[in-house]
Design a protein around this ligand. Structure first.
Ligand code: BES
Ligand code: MN
Ligand code: ZN
Length: 486
């Protein structure tokens, strides 16, 4: 989709005009003139009241049509973005001109770009009939060019992550997915390394090898680097890339397995965010590490009771092969530490427990210390993504003491599962600043609403880009010694 700036007197002849109203039929600032010319009887006839999520398509004297969208009773970045998403899906012409960007709030342009590009997203690769949104270009009235450009980059990255996650597991073997990531990263000017099975073996990535042992498809590890001139700081990203999670020999029931092509969301999100950061030219060095492997049930699959040795750190007794994400992340985190970043952030669809705790809309955040968690939470809040902090409660650590190895991959109790998983990861993340984001709930959207389209959400891409922006700020200083909460 083409997105550009437009002037007030843009030609509307073949376009759909998008205008907005608040709940109670108050026109959106910037849409007043157009809204006042709308036929109020017609609005009443389509039961349009301005509530969030409502939209109606009406005739217009000069444009092909007008789409009016409800913003609800609060006008802010999120409500404007959601309204832009709802509006764009109602457009029946190739061209749309939106007045929503004229609203006088911070980053209105960004909200409209994100809403339009993310809301019009449609994954059609496997569809025979083309029912994708017809709109091909959106013109924003009254938008700042820089804001426009940056918002497009971030929205494209989010949709790129969505494409990867939505792709069926059959068509994204570790090899294929690594290739897709490499192509996109190379185009963004990053340096790319793909480690194959031989290299992964040489590097002693015992966690990755243990998970990959059950699959006929070999694992890969993708290493993307973006190095600007004089970076202010260095961010390492680690993403869980399970290309399909059967659960392994601790096999999942069929209903839980249906969505498991999503299990490489962390890899998709971190790689897409790194690509966006590179394209934006931010002054932060980024090292992105994504181990990619199936978790399958072949004859040589890791068995419950087997012991794995990641590159460094505690040896692991695998008691449940379905807790595989932490096994590959152990290697990923150890590798990340080796590059001596200022901050490591991992993203993973790690635990059903995080989804139980926070539901389908909110990501769980854990930090090595409260400042680091706040850095991520603040970035999420600036990006308009829902993140919530969870405690890295040390009291649960002994539940993964192993009789046989240094640590086991699951505790006997399923309670507090997201915390236990985070504690497991902390064993490999080292003593530096580290945050862990569990997106098991929000990685997939279950209902199309606002800028969210049913299927992969790409949640986290925008937060990671915001985080990188924060790390470029002069005066960003690495806290001297993180205080680990108890
Ligand atoms: N990929 C799953 C977690 C998941 C669940 C993601 C639901 C998205 C939606 C992960 O590998 C897993 O299976 N975790 C287990 C851990 C348990 C065995 C300790 C889980 O959550 O059940
Ligand atoms: Mn699993
Ligand atoms: Zn998994």
């Amino acid at each position: 989709m083409q997105i550009e700036a437009a002037s007030q007197d843009v030609d509307l002849a073949d376009a759909t005009l998008i205008v907005g109203m608040m709940d109670g039929l108050e026109p959106l600032p910037g849409s007043e003139a157009e809204v006042s010319s709308l036929d109020s009887a017609m609005l009443a006839a389509v039961e349009f009241t301005g509530k969030a999520g409502q939209s109606a398509i009406l005739p217009h004297p000069t444009a092909k049509a007008v789409v009016i969208v409800g913003v609800g009773d609060e006008l802010n970045f999120e409500s404007l973005r959601a309204a832009s998403g709802t509006a764009i899906r109602s457009v029946k012409t190739e061209r749309a001109v939106t007045l929503l960007s004229q609203v006088d709030i911070d980053e209105a342009g960004r909200a409209v770009v994100e809403g339009s590009m993310l809301g019009a997203y449609s994954f059609r690769t496997y569809k025979t009939d083309d029912e994708s949104p017809v709109v091909e270009s959106v013109e924003l009235v009254g938008v700042d060019q820089d804001e426009l450009g940056a918002s497009i980059v971030v929205s494209e990255a989010t949709n790129l992550a969505r494409d990867w996650v939505n792709t069926p597991a059959r068509d994204k073997s570790p090899e294929t997915l690594a290739g897709l990531m490499a192509t996109a990263a190379t185009a963004a000017g990053m340096s790319v390394e793909i480690w194959d099975l031989a290299r992964i073996t040489d590097e002693d990535l015992g966690g990755v090898l243990g998970v990959a042992a059950g699959s006929d498809r070999d694992p890969r590890l993708v290493l993307l680097t973006y190095e600007p001139d004089q970076p202010v700081s260095h961010l390492a990203l680690v993403g869980k890339g399970i290309t399909f999670d059967t659960g392994g020999l601790s096999i999942k029931p069929h209903a839980s397995m249906m969505d498991m092509k999503d299990d490489m969301s962390g890899a998709a999100i971190t790689a897409a965010a790194a690509i966006a950061i590179a394209r934006l030219g931010l002054s932060v060095k980024v090292t992105c590490i994504t181990p990619l492997t199936d978790n399958a049930i072949g004859g040589d699959a890791t068995r419950p009771g087997d012991v794995l040795r990641p590159k460094e750190g505690p040896s692991i007794e695998v008691l449940n092969t379905d807790a595989e994400g932490r096994l590959i992340l152990a290697d990923g985190l150890v590798l990340a530490r080796g590059y001596e970043p200022d901050l490591i952030v991992d993203v993973a669809t790690l635990t059903g427990a995080a989804r139980v705790a926070l539901g389908d809309s909110i990501a769980a955040v854990f930090g090595s210390d409260s400042e680091t968690a706040s850095l991520v939470l603040d970035a999420a809040s600036r990006a308009g993504e829902e993140f919530w902090e969870m405690p890295l409660f040390k009291g649960y650590r002994k539940s993964i003491d192993s009789d046989v190895a240094d640590i086991k991959n699951v505790s006997a109790s399923r309670y507090g599962g997201a915390i236990v998983a985070a504690l497991f990861l902390s064993e490999y993340a080292g003593d530096g600043l580290w945050a862990h984001i569990d997106v098991a709930g929000p990685a997939r959207t279950r209902e199309t609403v606002g800028e969210l389209v049913k299927g992969a959400s790409g949640v986290g891409v925008r937060t990671l880009v915001e985080l990188a922006r924060a790390l470029t700020e002069d005066g960003w200083e690495r806290p001297v010694s993180p205080s680990i909460p108890v």
